[in-house]
Design a protein around this ligand. Structure first.
Ligand code: BMA
Length: 866
């Protein structure tokens, strides 16, 4: 008892002492966003108004009704004058006496688009020329008590581009730059400016060369010292222990002594603390620490994406001088490129596990970037996660995304393949340009390096293939130049992609992987990718560009398939938003303007005619394009997954759109899922059952991303379209962990017997412990050859405690059934599926509208008429 009392007394004294020792919180760093009182004016004209910052000139003109919706019909055409103008943005902000006395008054520009002269109280502080950079200016010497003014003069990016083009000894290739649409003839100016490539147009995007303050401007006021950045270097991360190094970047106004601390915010535990002496200026302090039994970060499907919330503090005389909060995830993540029998592997290893990457390419969500809301970002990442993806590739013709994008990828276990912003062009390599790229790489690598989701930094999109310096192939670009010019262009390429960018990755990260160009057959510049290479990554466009049939997805196997795709139109509900009824024809001027691939309509029609009826009706044609796209991409994904472990990744082109358009996307500008996205969700499930026919044999594969092997039951049922069971078989199979295996192999002749291949379907199911874990259907003929009967589909809408359920059944097989609640925001939990008689599908409805039976439209393959 006595002892207990002693301990209790000690505990009370100790806690009182500790709490009285808590350093005092002081508000050292004041941050204020300059997002109000902005106005804009046309420098050489009379257009002006109140502005939204962050924003763009186009969206300001739209809000002030000076232009119409740029995405509606062909409005884009009449809005090309905007990028030929200079625009000036102005605001005022107040500073108090107390604030003005602080040692540091900084304006932090997170992003200026693009040629921007910044004046504060009429003094020129900055001439920005790179949209991807972050700029800080010290305004202490001009700041005054009361009103202060910021004025930003945006030079026309087109006028600047034309100046640079004129000064250049030769032109540069830039296939996607829609100079004609911009009224510039063949003058391609995009390559001269460090600005999102797709702003100048792309084969899925319009041309709107924006100007504006596209990311926030923050006024930062502080005294003495700030923590500019903290980077957690993950020296070694294992299940038992993570060995880490915390890099604190400090900036001090004068020599300073104090204590640096790092705490885990969720537990309050101090991870490290150290007394430091800092000289005036910038100092980097690295302090090692370890975490035992760390909660590892895992990608979607493999485990929880655990994150650590950290707070760094600097303490002096029992006062917190400054703090800095951030989060990271602990994981070991490597790109494994090792020689093997076939060539060289290309896969990501996460915490010792070889990960099959399932995902998509990602482009910016809008032409007008600042209007992409947090909800938009959440939706796109949720759509990726819901479709069982574990990787997105941030493609090089867009932007280094906003922090929120990576935060969401971290939280949802989505790995990121991060391109640097170079795509499908060659770029000048003068000193000014190279310096600008160097700073851009530094800014972005430092900004993004704590995100556990970043798996790879990639130099550019398709430039190595396009230029193909060491081969006869390529896109014919190098033939346009003299030997001397070629050498010069090649030197710029080497300086950027084999110099500046890998240097930045190795200097500012803890050993992140770098890959010079996507695709490439090896790291060295002469390793040009082709469709036959057995190393590196591949963009397979034989299907689509090369008119190869969908079956060829099985022929061209990659070690890592980082691009392939097939177009479709947006859903009719989306089309209605940018058209009038008179535009309802895919060749109409308006529809053609929302189709930026020159071969787009032709390709869709051609492929459709191989497998389906080509409908004359507009709405049926749109539906048919969705079904066709889903069919093509299903063939691709299943082929890539069956080819595991030779192939260890599949990223289709592309998950999203930047405006309403016919494109390769699986979700449209309004985030509406196309048929393909439902199909992708199924094809990306952890376990896939996939049938593949070759030379009269049918092989059924079980592909598993699970980390444990399982005993499973494979059931096969051959059924005719009236639902009659013709043949049934159940076999015990081993579903091997993280592998692809043939579970069943039979001659098609034996399987079919006397039954007509055009009138039957093979229903495949895989169960473990009586639970269905995968299923699929296999048809023995192309859709247009099938003898599909007329089907009567029955639908019931049932309300259950404010939630709506749709129950679907049919009297005959129905194919690619699409349920659409017209003019509503309702979404069915599944769609575009096949249904057999006897099956009943129960779908949940999400959305805020009340489902009206009269608004429900059913479309399916049997209805299609030529
Ligand atoms: C890929 C991409 C994009 C393009 C797409 C469709 O090569 O890198 O440049 O939009 O093809 O053509």
């Amino acid at each position: 008892m006595k002892n207990y009392l002693y301990y209790l007394t000690f505990w009370i004294v100790a806690t009182t002492f500790l709490s009285s020792c808590q350093p005092k919180e002081i508000q050292n760093m004041e941050t204020r966003e300059l997002n109000s009182n902005w106005t804009y004016r046309q420098v050489n004209g009379s257009v002006s108004g109140t502005a939204t910052v962050p924003g763009t000139i186009h969206t300001d003109l739209l809000v002030n009704k000076q232009i119409e919706d740029p995405f509606y019909r062909i409005n884009e055409k009449s809005q090309q004058w905007i990028d030929k103008e200079d625009w000036e943005y102005t605001t005022v902000f107040q500073l108090s006496e107390k604030e003005i006395e602080k040692q540091n008054l900084i304006l932090d520009f997170k992003g200026l688009d693009t040629y921007a002269d910044v004046y504060v109280n009429d003094s020129l502080f900055l001439q920005a020329d790179n949209m991807f950079r972050e700029w800080e200016i010290d305004i202490k010497n001009v700041a005054k008590v009361g009103e202060n003014q910021v004025r930003i003069y945006f030079h026309s990016p087109i006028a600047k581009g034309l100046e640079l083009l004129k000064a250049s000894p030769y032109v540069y290739p830039a296939n996607n730059d829609q100079s004609e649409n911009g009224g510039l003839g063949d003058q391609k100016v995009s390559v001269f400016t460090r600005k999102a490539g797709y702003h100048y147009g792309w084969d899925w995007g319009p041309r709107f060369v924006t100007s504006g303050v596209w990311r926030p401007i923050n006024l930062k006021i502080w005294d003495a010292l700030r923590i500019k950045d903290v980077f957690i270097q993950q020296t070694s991360v294992k299940k038992e222990e993570a060995q880490l190094l915390a890099d604190f970047s400090l900036e001090a106004n004068e020599a300073f002594s104090g204590e640096v601390l790092l705490t885990d915010k969720s537990t309050g535990k101090v991870m490290l603390s150290k007394q430091v002496d800092v000289e005036k200026g910038s100092t980097l302090i690295s302090i090692p620490f370890t975490i035992t039994n760390p909660k590892l970060w895992w990608s979607n499907g493999l485990g929880a994406p655990n994150l650590y919330q950290f707070e760094a503090k600097v303490i002096k005389d029992n006062e917190i001088v400054t703090n800095y909060e951030f989060s990271t995830g602990l994981r070991s993540l490597k790109l494994i490129r090792e020689k093997d029998e076939a060539g060289e592997s290309f896969y990501f290893e996460l915490n010792g596990v070889a990960v099959f990457a399932k995902g998509a390419n990602y482009i910016p969500n809008d032409n007008f970037l600042p209007r992409v809301s947090q909800a938009d970002y959440e939706k796109v990442i949720a759509d990726a996660k819901d479709a069982n993806m574990n990787m997105l590739r941030v493609w090089g013709g867009g932007i280094y995304e906003n922090d929120i994008f990576y935060d969401l990828c971290d939280k949802n276990g989505i790995l990121v393949w991060q391109d640097f912003m170079f795509a499908c062009s060659m770029y000048p390599g003068n000193e000014k340009m190279l310096n600008s790229i160097k700073e851009e790489a530094k800014d972005n690598v430092i900004r993004l390096r704590n995100h556990p989701s970043i798996a790879l930094w990639c130099g550019n999109n398709e430039m190595n293939t396009a230029w193909s310096y060491f081969s006869k192939d390529g896109w014919g670009w190098k033939e346009l130049y003299t030997e001397e010019q070629r050498e010069e262009i090649q030197k710029a390429y080497m300086d950027i992609f084999h110099g500046i960018l890998p240097d930045a990755v190795s200097k500012y990260t803890d050993g992140d992987a770098y890959w010079p160009s996507s695709p490439q057959a090896g790291f060295a510049v002469e390793k040009h990718a082709g469709y036959e290479t057995s190393s590196g990554d591949m963009h397979y466009w034989g299907v689509w560009h090369g008119l190869h049939p969908f079956e060829d997805f099985d022929k061209y196997k990659a070690r890592f398939m980082s691009e392939y795709g097939f177009q479709s139109f947006p859903d009719f509900e989306t089309v209605k938003k940018y058209t009038l009824p008179e535009d309802y024809n895919i060749e109409s001027e308006v529809m053609a303007s929302h189709q930026r691939s020159g071969i787009g309509n032709l390709r869709i029609k051609e492929y459709m005619s191989w497998d389906y009826k080509v409908p004359a009706d507009f709405e049926q044609f749109l539906y048919m394009s969705h079904v066709l796209q889903a069919r093509g991409i299903k063939a691709a994904i299943e082929a890539h997954r069956r080819a595991m472990p030779y192939c260890m990744g599949t990223l289709y082109w592309q998950i999203n759109d930047c405006w309403p358009v016919a494109s390769w996307s699986s979700t449209d500008y309004y985030h509406k899922w196309k048929a393909m996205h439902y199909m992708v969700r199924k094809a990306y499930q952890s376990v896939l059952l996939s049938a593949f026919a070759n030379e009269g044999q049918l092989k059924i594969y079980g592909v598993s991303d699970l980390l444990e092997s399982k005993n499973a039951k494979l059931s096969l049922r051959l059924v005719n379209f009236e639902g009659k069971l013709l043949f049934e078989k159940e076999i015990a199979v081993d579903l091997v962990a993280n592998a692809s295996r043939v579970l069943y192999d039979s001659s098609i002749e034996t399987l079919l017997g006397d039954y007509d291949k055009n009138a039957v379907v093979l229903q495949m199911e895989l169960k473990t412990d009586g639970k269905l874990i995968a299923d699929n259907k296999y048809y023995f003929a192309k859709p247009k050859e099938l003898l599909l009967p007329k089907a009567n589909v029955e639908v019931q809408i049932v309300e259950n405690e404010g939630k709506y359920i749709v129950e679907v059944s049919t009297d005959k097989l129905v194919r690619d059934l699409y349920l659409n609640f017209k003019d509503s925001d309702l979404k069915c939990s599944d769609n575009y599926f096949d249904l057999l008689p006897g099956e009943k599908r129960t779908l949940e409805l999400s959305g805020s509208d009340i489902p009206k039976p009269s608004a429900l439209q059913l479309m399916h393959l049997q209805q299609i008429t030529e």
